[in-house]
Design a protein around this ligand. Structure first.
Ligand code: AMP
Length: 375
């Protein structure tokens, strides 16, 4: 079977890596000539709008995405002649924070209070309603903390409006969360749904830095989160992997956003689960039986942001899975990740002690914090 992937970043690259073992062939479409998945699959260099004119893509048996901002209209056009999984509806919902949060609310998935903002008076009204602190976000095209500003007082409004005011916006109440976590599930075309254990996630400046899995969480919270994801997938008639990002605290659970694709918070599943999210996504897309999502011990995933650390040093640590995306180094860019796996919490903690002195100070400091979330 031939799979066309829209978007040629690291998610496509890891999908290709998993899919080659399933005997699949891949074509990757990306507007950038140096898309990192182009090193391991045929790369078609074209804009999204030209996707439906590319013979290499039209010859594919299935289309899927590594990027949630592929215009839904492009997916709609492709789906008139091809099997696009997940389908355009999921992308329409995920691409606009207002549509997404309204859908969550309609499905009974709790969300932080939010107000749509399209003018300066709207912003003043929204701030009046939600108070400080609050978070102003662009409705579209924001990722990794881009396109958002935290408002702590009236003084922050001017700069936030100057920076973001050209776009349709949403103001969200600030959530005083204790933990952030993410729940990934995979659903087949027939509606069979399998859940990975939840991951605790740690972000800095909006960028995911690390994930622990399986997260040690109250079973009632996990059941509630599973019910939310299940309802969302059913509503969207979803096929493939989907991740819901949530806040947890005294208030219970609040949903932040979902990704209609494989997700960074579940990269640990490559080494830390019986079937990785990448393989399971492709299994669902290709109508193959879903694989077990059972964890293999305890995992810690660390993102490499901006630059790769020295492989020569870090690969000396037992149980470390190494992923260099082959991307040019640039501040704030995800260029790779590593997953440390062990069969028990104790062994994982010992391995972390070996790893910590080999890390840069900033990453090491993330590992000095609270690790009670790890089950
Ligand atoms: P997002 O782009 O919405 O995924 O936001 C990136 C990160 O910013 C989240 O993972 C949180 O750490 C933080 N964040 C976003 N929205 C809120 C909020 N309403 N309250 C508190 N923190 C937030």
């Amino acid at each position: 079977m031939r799979i066309g992937i829209l978007g040629g970043g690291q998610l496509a690259r890891m999908m290709v890596s998993a899919g080659l073992e399933l005997g699949l062939d891949f074509v990757v479409l990306d507007p950038s000539t140096d898309a990192c998945a182009g090193r391991c699959a045929t790369l078609v260099n074209a804009d999204w709008a030209a996707a439906s004119d590319q013979p290499e893509l039209l010859s594919c048996d299935r289309i899927t995405c590594d990027f949630e901002n592929v215009p839904a209209s492009v997916l709609e056009r492709l789906s008139s002649s091809l099997s696009v999984r997940p389908g355009p509806r999921a992308f329409e919902a995920a691409q606009d924070r207002l549509v997404e949060k309204t859908l969550f609310r309609d499905l009974g998935i709790p969300v932080p209070d939010f107000v749509a903002v399209s003018s300066r008076p709207d912003l003043l009204g929204a701030v009046e309603q939600l108070g400080f602190p609050s978070v102003l976000k662009t409705r579209r095209l924001g990722y990794d903390g881009k396109g958002q500003a935290v408002l702590r007082s009236h003084e922050d409004l001017e700069l936030a409006w100057q920076t973001l005011g050209d776009h349709p916006l949403i103001l969200e109440a600030w959530v005083p969360f204790q933990h952030e976590f993410a729940l990934t599930a995979v659903r087949s075309a027939g509606g069979e749904t399998c859940f990975y254990p939840p991951s605790f996630t740690v972000h800095e400046q909006g960028i995911l830095r690390l994930a622990w899995a399986p997260a040690d969480m109250e079973p009632a919270l996990v059941s509630a989160a599973k019910a939310h994801v299940g309802r969302l997938m059913e509503h969207l008639d979803y096929v493939g992997c989907l991740t819901l990002e949530l806040f947890a605290g005294d208030f219970g659970l609040l949903a932040n956003e979902f990704a209609p694709r494989v997700h960074n918070s579940a990269h640990w599943t490559i080494e830390g689960s019986e079937t990785s999210q990448f393989e399971n996504h492709l299994r669902a897309v290709c109508d193959l039986p879903l694989g077990s999502t059972r964890p293999r011990g305890k995992s810690l995933m660390l993102n490499w942001i901006g630059a790769m650390p020295p492989a020569k040093l870090l690969l000396s640590v037992d149980g470390l899975g190494w992923h260099d995306y082959g991307k040019a180094e640039r501040p704030g860019r995800k260029v790779g990740h590593a997953t440390l796996v062990a069969d028990s919490r104790e062994t994982l903690l010992q391995r972390i002690e070996k790893l910590r002195p080999l890390l840069d100070a900033q990453t090491a400091s993330l590992l000095s914090g609270d690790i009670t979330p790890l089950g």
